[in-house]
Design a protein around this ligand. Structure first.
Ligand SMILES: [Zn+2]
Length: 354
């Protein structure tokens, strides 16, 4: 059966279907005598042939049904014709492959864009963590002279950047603080080709920063910067610190901070500290900073000038315009936390017990 015959069902007689409209369904083919019209075929009584002419249907409403039926048959015929044609089949296959490749490229492009975009821009909204009920900072008992606070950070300047105001509040209360710095910080900004001088400089800066903020002891683990991994040895070292120091509060990074907006060393320090706390059955409060799910905050409004000076101690990292930018960044975070919890400037934590 030819395609046209299959569609129209009237291949015989040298006549062809008009494509122009319902009013001109039939026109005279060259084989017909001039002025003579092809007689319309009458449908058999009681049948609804899809090839019957809808205009001749004696039943009211049947014309529409016949029209729908004819269109449906046309689609089926076209599909069968295409599927049986090897050339069309291979074309369809190629088109499907191209669409699949295009979709994969778009997906990969979106993922790369998501990873690349600066966290300050945030075109893709960050997903907040599971919320915890709010806890007043007084309820945690951290701001007390009896507090023993163990702080675990990834790099030598993290404490000044993330919790400088809290450190000064604890210093005023004469709380006991101990700081663990996991890496040597040799992958940071430095004008040297050799990282050895940077390690010494950053250690000196951090010791001065700790003295200024009232931290009594600083422990340097000396792990490689930007290559920190959570393993049993690290967890055991941190567990030893907890067992020996017996803190009432443990301050560290929230390990669930989003991948795109956090340093891997920060996440590793937080993850290892939480694992160590679980290992020793730490009974006190875990206070996680750099978190998306805060439930408490420390008012640092009056301590802001001290924090500005604390940041300036890290001269190898923050100087000139960069120091000004870092100060603005820390203040913006403090204002954001303040809006959430009340004070003008605050440092926020995700506080909970294990
Ligand atoms: Zn850091």
């Amino acid at each position: 059966m030819s395609r046209r015959a299959g569609i129209g069902g009237r291949a015989g007689g040298g006549c062809e279907r008009s494509e122009l409209g319902r009013g001109e369904l039939w026109r005279q083919a060259p084989c017909m005598p001039p002025g003579r019209r092809q007689p319309a075929r009458q449908p058999k009584k009681g049948t609804l042939s899809p090839f019957a002419d809808s205009r001749t249907s004696p039943v009211k409403g049947e014309a529409d049904r016949l029209e729908v039926s004819r269109k449906s048959n046309r689609s089926v015929e076209w599909t069968i014709t295409v599927c049986q044609n090897p050339l069309m089949r291979s074309r369809l296959r190629r088109a499907a492959k191209r669409i699949g490749c295009l979709f994969a490229v778009l997906l990969a492009g979106f993922w790369l864009f998501y990873l690349w975009q600066p966290y300050r821009v945030d075109w893709v909204e960050r997903r907040p963590e599971r919320p915890l009920p709010r806890v007043p900072i007084e309820e945690t008992g951290m701001l007390s002279p009896r507090s023993r606070v163990l702080i675990v950070v990834g790099h030598p300047d993290d404490d000044a950047y993330y919790i400088g105001g809290t450190l000064f509040r604890l210093k005023d209360l004469d709380a006991t603080m101990r700081l663990v710095v996991c890496t040597d910080g040799d992958k940071s900004y430095y004008p040297f080709s050799d990282p050895k001088p940077l390690r010494r400089i950053r250690r000196r800066e951090e010791e001065e920063c700790a003295r200024t903020a009232g931290i009594r002891d600083v422990v340097f683990f000396g792990l490689p910067d930007s290559r920190m991994a959570v393993d049993d040895a690290l967890v055991e070292r941190l567990a030893d610190q907890i067992r020996w120091f017996r803190p009432t509060h443990l301050l560290t990074f929230d390990p669930k901070y989003p991948y795109r907006v956090s340093h891997r060393d920060h996440r590793a320090a937080g993850q290892a500290t939480v694992a160590a706390a679980r290992k020793v059955g730490f009974p006190g409060w875990l206070m996680l900073f750099a978190t998306l799910g805060p439930n408490t905050a420390v008012d640092m409004t009056e301590k802001w000038p001290d924090v500005e000076n604390l940041l300036a101690i890290h001269k190898s990292q923050f100087y000139g315009e960069r120091l000004a930018w870092i100060r603005r960044s820390v203040k913006a975070h403090a204002m954001e936390a303040g809006e959430r919890f009340g004070p003008a400037l605050a440092e926020q934590f995700r506080a909970f017990r294990l």
